[in-house]
Structures are given as structure tokens and as C-alpha cells.
Design a protein around this ligand. Structure first.
Ligand SMILES: *[C@@H]1O[C@H](CO)[C@@H](O)[C@H](O)[C@H]1NC(C)=O
Ligand SMILES: *[C@@H]1O[C@H](CO)[C@@H](O)[C@H](O)[C@H]1NC(C)=O
Length: 437
């Protein structure tokens, strides 16, 4: 602000007398802030979105009584760039729960959307930040297939987000621009149109990246290596919750290939990691992929920074044990960028470090070094938080969508009526969940 003012001032004699005190003030302010202009490291105080170093954003965590903005990690390390060539299921990947349910997505014209939100940026941006799995709820709607955050298997104009093809085209663009990346889509499938999914993925240009069901391991064997998948261009894994689609359309039935813990509230209870009803027990060795859900049933944006910090790391350890010392292949969260520092990104680095090279974080792994031979990395900024690491690849730049410079999460202004309907909706969701479980 100050600098803008200065540069927009013309240095006439009358203004110089005002500029000098301003300059002094500016020097004072700069020396008061320890860092600025992209130099602020993890956990350092910041005052503008541009203050924090690459891969970090300037945010806050009021739920942990932090009232000064600080630099928070917002970008993942892509494990394959550090330890390449392992079977796909050996890596741990970041998944966004309801990836499309973006607080900032415009509602349908003339409609006030009435649903819960789980994320704060677009799927295209999520992919740039290192998200590699997308949970998408697909419905028949408006003679097409839409992404909706709805209930009773029916999409309404108040719960609709966008035609699924728009989001899938963003996935196609990402896979085309990044020829060694692999993306997984997990569909909560309410589509009943015959061959609806087949046509949708073909229209989005994604058929060319499709990993065929016939090549998926059926008896708990490892998946092909990431290098093999890249070589074959089988870089899109798609799973559906509708068991009939595997036979009818060749879309893999999720729980034939994946173990999964309970989503929603049962998945965030300390020291417990029960399996989802549709899934085999987590310690079953009949599937080599394990999806860990870690998000409350009702997403709470303001609480997410706390949830995605120490409790998340603890729950990963709990689920790892429940799975018989198998690391989750996927970890699915709400508001993936929110944390009190390293968040889900640090947790993933630890998971990948542990599995791939026996080190405390993937940043300490060394290519082609024996298991357990780790690099010395510079000391963590604070106990329990790994060193901030710049992504090894130029995986796009962080857009800084999550900014809480004011110190509190963005507020949503609901009318009284909306608040009432939302309360009723949450009640319906709770009841429906308790019926389903
Ligand atoms: C939304 O759907 C309702 C119920 O079908 C309908 O009455 C209403 O006109 C729709 N609103 C818009 C703006 O399309
Ligand atoms: C790593 O750091 C430890 C402790 O500071 C030191 O003893 C060790 O020699 C270092 N290893 C390497 C490979 O630099």
C-alpha cells in the first residue's frame, strides 16, 4: 500500500516534504517485518499474499488461537520426482473430498446455492498444487451429467455446481500438459443414463488416458509402476461407487480395488480407523490400495486448519496400524490447503518418506540410495513440522486462493431463511448418514 502510494506520487517539491517521512516510515515498517516479498519461510509472519516463499501462502488459523497471519504450506511435493519408478500403490497421494464443491464457484444464474462446501479453489488449481485424486459426485441433471453436492441421489438447481465435462476437460488439459503425472478420479455415482460415463469421459478427451479395468490387479498384487503407467499413457484411474458399471461400461468398481475407512465423522475419531461397510477389512491383503478418508461429515472451514494438522498426522498413524502397517495410497481431506503450518502436505511427505526410502520425510530420500539412507535436511522451523521444501518440479505456481489476512476465515453471509434451511439440510444429511451406516 505504502509503496503504491509512493510510486504514484509525483516528486514535486511540495510532495518531497511528504515523501521523506513516508520513506522513513516505510524503512521502519520493513525492518519491523522480518521478511517480505517472497522471502518469508514456513510459519514466519506475513502481511501480504506475496510475502511467503514459493509453495506457501499467507494465511491464519484462528481455531488454534493464532491471530497473526503466517506462511502456511499450500503445495505438495510430487513423490515420483524424488523416488521414481515404484508401483503406483506404494506412493501416498493427496485427494480432495468433493473436489468440485468450491466455495468460490458461482451458483446457477438466479439460484442461491444451498449446500456444503469442501474446498476453496478450482480443480485446475488443485492439480497445480499437487492434488492427484479427485472425489466427484456425479448426477443426471439437465439432460447431462453434473457435479452436484446433493442428497437422495438427485441433483437440484440449488445443489448443482457445473457440468462434469467442464471439470474433466481441466483434468484432460492437466494430463496433456504434464505427461508424467497420474490422476485418480473417485466417483460417487448417481448417473443412470446408459453409457453416460463412457460418453462423458470420451467427450472430455480422456479416453486416451484411461487405465483399463482388465489391467487392474484383482488379488491384492501391486499396481504397475508409475513409469509403466506413464509409458503406456494409462494415466487416469477412474473408480465408481456403482458396482454395475464395471460390467456395463468398464468403469472399475471402487471397492473391488480399494480398501477404505469410514468417511465422515466415524473417520475422524481418535485412535479408531473402522473400515467402510463396502470395503474389505483394512488389514485384508486382497487389495493393495488403501483410501483414507479424513474429514468430518459437516465440513467446517474455520476448523479445517486445526483438523488438517496434528490430528491428521495422528489419524494416519492409527489407520496405518489398522491396515497392518500399510500406508494409505490416498488421503482425502476437506479444505486441503488449511493447516497450522505443514498440514496434509507435510503428512504426505512423511508417509512417502517412510514407505519409499525409510526416511522421516520424502525430502530426505535420495534417488537410487539404499533404503534407510537419508539426506541431512536443514533443521525444521519448529518441532513437528518438516522443513519447507520447494517442489522439485515446476508444477505450476500457487495461486494464493486461501488468504486470511484479516485474521479470520472468510465469512459467509446467510439470510435468516438460508440459515434455517441450512440447519434443516444438515439435519437431513445427519439423518441420511445414520440411515446409511
Ligand atoms: C430451480 O428449480 C426449481 C424447482 O425445480 C424451479 O421452480 C426454479 O424455477 C428453478 N430456478 C431457476 C432459477 O432455474
Ligand atoms: C547428518 O547430521 C548428523 C548430525 O548433525 C551428522 O552426525 C552426520 O554426519 C550428517 N550426515 C551427513 C551424510 O552429512
Amino acid at each position: 500500500m505504502l509503496m503504491t502510494h509512493l510510486t504514484s506520487c509525483r516528486a514535486t517539491p511540495s510532495t518531497t516534504s511528504r515523501i521523506i517521512p513516508l520513506l522513513i516510515l516505510s524503512v521502519l515498517l520493513n525492518s519491523a517485518a522480518a521478511c517480505s516479498n517472497g522471502n518469508c519461510q514456513l510459519l514466519e509472519s506475513c502481511s501480504a499474499a506475496t510475502d511467503c516463499a514459493s509453495g506457501l501462502y499467507c494465511g491464519n488459523c484462528a481455531a488454534e488461537s493464532r491471530n497473526q497471519p503466517f506462511c502456511i504450506r499450500g503445495q505438495a511435493l510430487i513423490p515420483t520426482t524424488i523416488v521414481p519408478g515404484k508401483p503406483f500403490n506404494k506412493y501416498s497421494w493427496l485427494v480432495t473430498h468433493n473436489a468440485f464443491s468450491n466455495v468460490n464457484a458461482p451458483p446457477l444464474p438466479g439460484v442461491q446455492r444451498l449446500t456444503f462446501y469442501n474446498q476453496e479453489d478450482t480443480v485446475a488449481n488443485q492439480l497445480r498444487n499437487g492434488v492427484r485424486g479427485l472425489m466427484l459426485d456425479m448426477y443426471d441433471f439437465e439432460n447431462s451429467i453434473w457435479l452436484c453436492h446433493s442428497f437422495r441421489g438427485q441433483c437440484y438447481n440449488i445443489t448443482a455446481f457445473n457440468p462434469a465435462i467442464d471439470t474433466l476437460k481441466d483434468v484432460e488439459a492437466f494430463l496433456t500438459e504434464n505427461p508424467s503425472e497420474i490422476v485418480t478420479i473417485i466417483i460417487e455415482d448417481y448417473v443412470h443414463t446408459p453409457n453416460g460415463l463412457t460418453k462423458l469421459f470420451a467427450d472430455a478427451g480422456l479416453a486416451k488416458y484411461w487405465f483399463p479395468v482388465s489391467k487392474m490387479p484383482k488379488k491384492g498384487e501391486d499396481w504397475p509402476t508409475v513409469s509403466q503407467m506413464v509409458q503406456d499413457n494409462h494415466r487416469l484411474l477412474v473408480f465408481t461407487s456403482d458396482s454395475s458399471k464395471e460390467q456395463s461400461e468398464g468403469v472399475a468398481y471402487q471397492w473391488r480395488y480399494m480398501l477404505e475407512n469410514e468417511p465422515g465423522d466415524p473417520g475422524v475419531v481418535k485412535d479408531k480407523c473402522p473400515n467402510r461397510k463396502q470395503s474389505k477389512p483394512l488389514n485384508s491383503r486382497s487389495s493393495s490400495m488403501f483410501l483414507q478418508n479424513y474429514f468430518p461429515t459437516i465440513p467446517a472451514e474455520a476448523q479445517a486448519c486445526k483438523e488438517n494438522s496434528a490430528p491428521l498426522a495422528e489419524m494416519v498413524a492409527t489407520c496405518y496400524k489398522a491396515a497392518g502397517n500399510v500406508m494409505p495410497t490416498f488421503i482425502a481431506v476437506n479444505y486441503y490447503m488449511r493447516s497450522d503450518g505443514g498440514g496434509v502436505f507435510d503428512t504426505l511427505d512423511r508417509m512417502n518418506g517412510h514407505t519409499l526410502c525409510g526416511c522421516s520425510t520424502i525430502a530426505a530420500c535420495q534417488e537410487a540410495a539404499p533404503y534407510g539412507s537419508c539426506k541431512n535436511i536443514t533443521s525444521p522451523a519448529s518441532p513437528g513440522i518438516a522443513t519447507p521444501t520447494t517442489p522439485a518440479t515446476a508444477m505450476g505456481t500457487f495461486s494464493g486462493t486461501v488468504q486470511e489476512i484479516s485474521g479470520s476465515p472468510p465469512a459467509y453471509h446467510f439470510s435468516k431463511r438460508t440459515a434455517l434451511i441450512l440447519a434443516q439440510l444438515s439435519l437431513i444429511v445427519c439423518v441420511l448418514n445414520s440411515i446409511r451406516n
